[in-house]
Design a protein around this ligand. Structure first.
Ligand code: CUA
Length: 162
């Protein structure tokens, strides 16, 4: 007699569990975490932050900077330096708070400033960002930590904190 009750209880628990799981998966959907804004990967320049002239280091105020980057196989586009060459070395004064914002034109790339807390994925169709305060002077290497193809290891740049 009691077995029937327990079976019912067990089945009910399983049902509740499945509903919670289903609703959770549905509400969170297919959105990768930490992605707030969507972007057309075929036309990233349509977004103000990723226009060619807005790439790289942008000073907001005395202690706040934004770094905009567009990744593609196999390059990080930070705009151009003072000589008109592709920017490869980002200069940031020590003690600055930096918001790194990035996206990708093709596949998933990583964006990690080795030795700092700046570490994010760049996903096609999304803008990802990470904010860090860079207190310690030094030269930090930017690396792609998502395998993205044959030129994966070529995706490097440096952040110089001075
Ligand atoms: Cu880009 Cu690995």
């Amino acid at each position: 007699k009691y077995e029937k009750i327990w079976m019912f209880f067990g089945g009910g628990s399983l049902l509740v569990f499945l509903i919670v799981l289903g609703v959770g998966a549905f509400l969170q959907g297919t959105q990768p975490p930490s992605c707030l804004t969507t972007i057309n990967p075929e036309n990233v320049e349509a977004h103000e932050s990723f226009k060619q002239e807005n790439l790289g280091v942008q000073q907001i105020d005395e202690n706040n900077y934004v770094v905009n980057v567009v990744a593609s196989a196999f390059n990080y586009d930070f705009g151009t330096d003072e000589d008109g060459n592709p920017q490869r070395n980002l200069k940031i004064p020590a003690g600055s708070t930096v918001l790194f914002q990035g996206t990708t034109k093709d596949v998933i790339h990583g964006f990690q400033v080795a030795g700092t807390n700046a570490n994010m994925m760049l996903e096609p169709g999304y803008i990802n960002s990470v904010e860090v305060t860079l207190n310690n002077p030094g030269t930090y290497t930017v690396i792609c930590n998502e395998y993205c193809g044959t030129g994966h290891h070529l995706m490097t740049a440096t952040v110089e904190v001075y």
